[in-house]
Design a protein around this ligand. Sequence first.
Ligand code: SAH
Ligand code: SF4
Ligand code: F3S
Length: 469
Amino acid sequence: MSEPDTKPNSRKVFIKTYGCQMNVYDSDRMADALAPHGYEPTTQMEQADLVVLNTCHIREKASEKVFSELGRLKVLRDERRAAGHEMRIGVAGCVAQAEGEEIIKRAPMVDMVFGPQAYHRLPQLLEASMKGQVIDTDFPEEDKFTHLPAARREVTLKRGLTAFLTVQEGCDKFCSFCVVPYTRGAEVSRPLAQVLEEARRLVDAGVKEITLLGQNVNAYHGLDAAGRSVGLAELCYRLAEIDGLERLRYTTSHPRDMDDALIEAHRDLSLLMPYLHLPVQSGSDRILKAMNRKHTRDEYLELIARIRSARPDLALSGDFIVGFPGETEDDFAQTLEIVREADYASAFSFKYSTRPGTPGAALENQVPEEVKVERLARLQSLLGERTSAFNASCVGRTLPVLIERKGRNPGQVGGRSPYLQAVHMDGDESLIGSIVPVDIIDVGKNSIVGKLSRDSEHNSGSLVDSHVA
Ligand code: SAH
Ligand code: SF4
Ligand code: F3S
C-alpha cells in the first residue's frame, strides 16, 4: 500500500456517478478510500489528477454512455498533458465488472478497470497503474466493507442531512432480463454491528434520514454478535433506537422478500417512512413467469393490500419493463391494469433492453423497437396521471417535511415529504435540519408546494413568521 501523502490537498479526484443509489454510495466510499492518500474531491473534471467513472450496465444506453464519456475524457487528458499535468483514468462499477478487458480494448487510454468488489483496494490499484494498466474484476474473499475507511466527520457533514447506507449487495434472484447478479455477484449482507456503527457515525455527523440500500434490501440477513441471522425488520427496530435518527427508508425491495415482520415494522415504527419502492415489472402472469420473478400478479396485489392494512397511508412506487420478449398487447394491457389497481404514487418505466449474458437475450419473439416505444409512451402517460393525482391528493393535507436546503430564491427552502415528494416553500434557512409541519397548498411539475403550518411551534418565532403568508 502506498504511504499517505504528507501534503493532503495536493491531488484532486473527480468521480462521475451513473446508475442507481448504490453507485452514489460507492462513489462516496471511493472518495473516502482515496482521502488518506491525499486525494480531495473536485467538481471540475479538467482539474482532476484522477477521474473515475462509476458506471451502470443495467440497460444498453446506460452502458454505452461510458464510452462517449471516455471519448471526451481523452481530449481533456491530452489538454492537461500539454499543460504538464497528469490525469489518470479509472472505470469502476457495473460496466467495469461486466466488460473488464473489453473496456481497455475499446478505450486503450484507460489506466484502471475495477469492479464494485475491489473498491477497498483502490489505493493499491492506483499505485499499480503507475507501472501499467490494471484490471481487477475479482470477487475477493475478504469483506470490502471491513477494509473501506469511514468518512471523516466533516466530510459526512458536508454531504447533507440524508444519507445512503448499503446493508446488502448482490442478488441471487436471476430475473431473466437483469445483469445485476453478474455485475454485483452473489447476495451478501453486512453484519448488524457494522451497519449500526456506520448509522451512528452518520447520525453523529448530523444525518437525520438514512436510506438503507441493497439490490434486494429486504433479503437482508446480517449476522449479529451471537452469529444469529437478523432480517431487515429487526435491523430497522435496532436503528430506531439511535437517538437523533428521525427517518428511515430502504430500497429496493423484492415482493418475495417482503415478510410479515417487515410489514409489522411499517405499522410499529414511526420513523420508517410510509413509502415503499416495490417493483412488479409487469402485470401479466405469463410475462412475470418468463421474467423469473417467481410471483403472480394476484400475489403482488394481495401483498400490497396487506402492507396497506398495516400502514394505510403508504405511498407505493414501482418499476416497469415494457416489451419483454413475447409481450403481447394483451400482456401489456394487464400492466396498465395493475398500475390502476395497485395505485402507484410514483414509478419508473423502461423499454426492455437486451443484455448480453442474460437468459432474456436468448429468447425468441423480441418485441420490435417501435412497439416498445409506443407502449412505453402509453404507460408513462398513465403513470404520469397517477403521480399527478397522488400529488394533488396531498393538497389540503399537513405533512411533516424534512427541510434539507435553501430554495431557488432567497427566503425559500426545500425538503422532502414522508412520501419522498420534493417540497418547496417560503421559509427561513434556520429551518434547515428540522422536520416541520407543512400545509400543502399547490402542486408543481415534479414537486409540491407548501407553507409552514400555523400549528408549527416554529411558527411562533418572528424570523419564521415574517415568511409565512
Ligand atoms: N432489484 C430491483 C431492481 C434493480 S434494477 C428489483 O428486483 O426490482 C432497477 C430496474 O431496472 C428494475 O426494476 C427494472 O425495471 C429495470 N431493468 C433491469 N434490467 C432491465 C433491462 N434489461 N431492460 C430494461 N429495464 C431493466
Ligand atoms: Fe435484477 Fe431481479 Fe435481482 Fe432485482 S431481483 S437485481 S431485477 S435479478
Ligand atoms: Fe446499474 Fe449496477 Fe446499479 S447495473 S443499476 S449501477 S447495480
